[in-house]
Design a protein around this ligand. Structure first.
Ligand code: APR
Length: 240
């Protein structure tokens, strides 16, 4: 099925594949993060309660990688697209890096949190995380030694779900980029958008677990296929 190159309201979901060419790696590819770390130890509230030092070390290393990385052509293209039609392009990311912001994207919805933010587990205060967080450092607001990375762990509710559902229900086009379609609720967004009449497109290095749910799919490196797709969208005249 061919996807129309003109869409009034576009909702984009990105995953780790968007930042892979910036050197940040992915989770489930052959040398991905979850092949090297036990996610139950570093990405669950229970793991943090058992060993906050290990969890801070894990996110301090990822935060350092993120701060040293640079946006790639796919981040730049998505930032250009959102800049061109800010009220018609919703950018949702599962990624916790800030490469879309550093590429100039004006409004990124981080449903799994952000490496650049810290959260107090005692009072809920949020602030900009230092390059390396220390689990013993007190919360700047309530002074409790309860600081954690502002990351949504497995078993926790993703952020901004109401805003995301509203966007999916109004979308004309839903595009998933660089995600394996293994983790819900994000993996179910394609069905929610399609149920409300959106066309759906997957842009990925290889078919995801949910590729059969999409109207169309293109495969290749995000730095190339996302830039090509955005060029099509930006070049497409609105229907007469
Ligand atoms: N260009 C495009 N796609 C790529 C590239 C690339 N250069 N490199 C890898 N990919 C694709 C892979 O084929 C895979 O389908 O990116 C996807 C990465 O999948 P995952 O590693 O599972 O990452 P993601 O889908 O973002 O994981 C979702 O799971 O662990 C949790 O919270 C974590 O946000 C994460 C969520």
């Amino acid at each position: 099925m061919t996807i129309s190159t003109y869409a009034e309201r576009i909702v984009i979901l990105t995953g780790a594949g968007l930042s892979a060419e910036s050197g940040l790696g992915t989770f489930r590819d052959k040398d991905g993060l979850w092949t090297r770390y036990d996610l139950n130890e570093v990405a669950t509230p229970e793991g943090f309660a058992r060993n906050p030092v290990l969890v801070h070390e894990f996110y301090n290393a990822r935060r350092a990688n993120c701060l040293d990385a640079r946006p790639n052509a796919a981040h730049d293209a998505l930032a250009r697209l959102q800049h061109s039609r800010p009220s018609h392009v919703t950018l949702i990311t599962q990624n916790v890096d800030d490469l879309l912001e550093r590429a100039g994207a004006p409004a990124v919805i981080h449903m799994h949190g952000q490496l650049t933010r810290a959260l107090c587990a005692a009072c809920g205060y949020r602030w900009n995380a230092p390059r390396a967080m220390d689990h013993a450092a007190p919360c700047p607001a309530c002074n409790a030694p309860a600081t954690r990375p502002d990351i949504v762990w497995f078993g926790e509710m993703p952020y901004h779900m109401e805003r995301i559902d509203t966007a999916l229900q109004a979308a004309d086009l839903f595009v998933a980029i660089g995600t394996s379609g293994n983790v819900y609720p994000a993996a179910g967004f394609v069905q929610e958008a399609a149920a409300h009449g959106a066309q759906t497109l997957e842009l990925n290095l290889e078919p995801s677990a949910t590729v059969s749910l999409f109207d169309a799919a293109r495969f290749g490196r995000a730095s190339r296929i996302v830039a090509d797709w955005v060029a099509e969208i930006l070049g497409a005249p609105p229907p007469r």
